[in-house]
Design a protein around this ligand. Sequence first.
Ligand code: SF4
Ligand code: SF4
Length: 112
Amino acid sequence: MDLRLKLEPVKCIACGVCEMVCSMHRDSVLTPMTSSIILHIEDKANYFGLVLKTKSEGLVLGRPEGASSGQQASGSGGPGAKPILLREACDLCDGHPKCAKICPTKCITVVD
Ligand code: SF4
Ligand code: SF4
């Protein structure tokens, strides 16, 4: 089994629930500061995507233009938040990805 997460940021409404559930899985706290998935929001109006730190592909960027991997990314999480490169990589919640389950618009889906 080779699960991975597929990101479709066009469907994202920037609710932040995926960051919260990821931090809950990792640290048992509700904060976007250490999650393996972050919202990537730029100053352009209505431009946001998702960044996932993976073990196999490095950073995976989901942008409205399409997905790519391996690039540096700025992140969310507010002052004091860990840069995503210093965060733990996604462990796919031990085979049951919680962010994909909770995302209200299904922009995170599990593929294998
Ligand atoms: S699958 Fe789990 S560890 Fe990976 S980003 Fe989603 S919530 Fe975080
Ligand atoms: S839970 Fe889904 S809609 Fe909400 S921010 Fe995360 S990816 Fe976007």
